[in-house]
Design a protein around this ligand. Structure first.
Ligand SMILES: [Zn+2]
Length: 281
């Protein structure tokens, strides 16, 4: 392929009062990728409906957040955030459809999914875009099995809760509190050695969702144990193993909290560079 599809709209950007750069990251990374002349193609996402969000969330929670009556994952009730949420999840669903269509890869420059459970959000996550997308694609008959490799540094507790509660046994979920298994420094080689097997474990899936979390970097204030080179190798392993399996992959940004924010933009650029290297090489 010559261009990597990126499902992006400025409507998925918001500016809540938070220490997390995540709501602003979509525009930052897309600007950065275009400025560096990376071979990407911007595709307009479609926002998801309230009915789509309610496929895995409590309908009162969905309405309450979108009507600014219930706190969002940033613990605020800003209309700005509420308006962005269906576009953020829509970006991920659109990218997932693009990956299925081209049978290779697509990117959603989104974050803020994996801590969101059925009736609540926290840790900068409001709605679980991973599972909203998975359930919509399953209901539409476009997938039978979905794999999730969550390389955000923190455990996807919201994802696990929804899978467990709704008994979504057609989803294979790989997520950890990585800091419990891997000490902050020096554990990179052991992690990278196991990673190809994790991807191959998803071989029976029709679609792989990859959270290429930036907070696995060793300089991240919220954890992390990988060097910059090891982060790049992580991404390269996931993309090249998925490609070897002919397994379509949709990926997003997830966490990343280094300051100044140029450091986290560089990490996400490296993920796109690995994607380009594997799929456009
Ligand atoms: Zn995280």
């Amino acid at each position: 392929m010559t261009l990597i599809d990126v499902a992006f709209s400025k409507k998925q950007v918001s500016c809540p009062a938070t220490s997390s750069p995540s709501p602003r990251k979509p525009a930052w990374v897309v600007d950065d990728w275009l400025r560096h002349k990376l071979p990407i193609q911007i595709v307009d996402p479609e926002p998801v409906s309230r009915e789509d969000l309610a496929r895995v969330h409590d309908r009162d929670y969905v309405d309450g957040v979108l009507d600014c009556r219930i706190p969002n994952g940033f613990r605020g009730r800003d209309a700005d955030v509420a308006e962005s949420l269906s576009w953020t999840v829509g970006s991920f669903l659109t990218a997932a459809r693009l990956a299925l269509d081209n049978a290779k890869v697509a990117c959603s420059p989104s974050s803020g999914f994996h801590h969101a459970g059925i009736c609540s959000g926290h840790g900068y996550c409001t709605f679980n875009g991973l599972l909203v997308a998975a359930k919509r694609l399953k209901d539409d008959g476009l997938v039978k099995r979905v794999g999730i490799i969550d390389c955000d540094q923190h455990f996807g507790d919201g994802t696990a809760e929804i899978i467990d509660e709704y008994r979504l046994d057609w989803i294979t979920h790989h997520s950890h509190e990585y800091f419990l298994e891997y000490p902050r420094f020096g554990a990179g080689p052991r992690f990278l050695e196991a990673l190809p097997g994790v991807v191959r474990g998803m071989a029976a899936c029709d679609l792989l969702m990859y959270q290429a979390g930036g907070d696995q970097h060793q300089n991240d204030p919220l954890g992390g144990f990988l060097t910059t080179a090891e982060m790049a190798e992580r991404d390269h392993i996931v993309f090249s193993e998925a490609k070897a399996l002919n397994l379509p992959i949709v990926w997003n940004l997830a966490g990343g909290y280094q300051s100044p924010h140029e450091r986290i933009i560089e990490i996400h650029r490296n993920t796109m560079l690995a994607c380009v290297d594997v799929y456009c090489g």
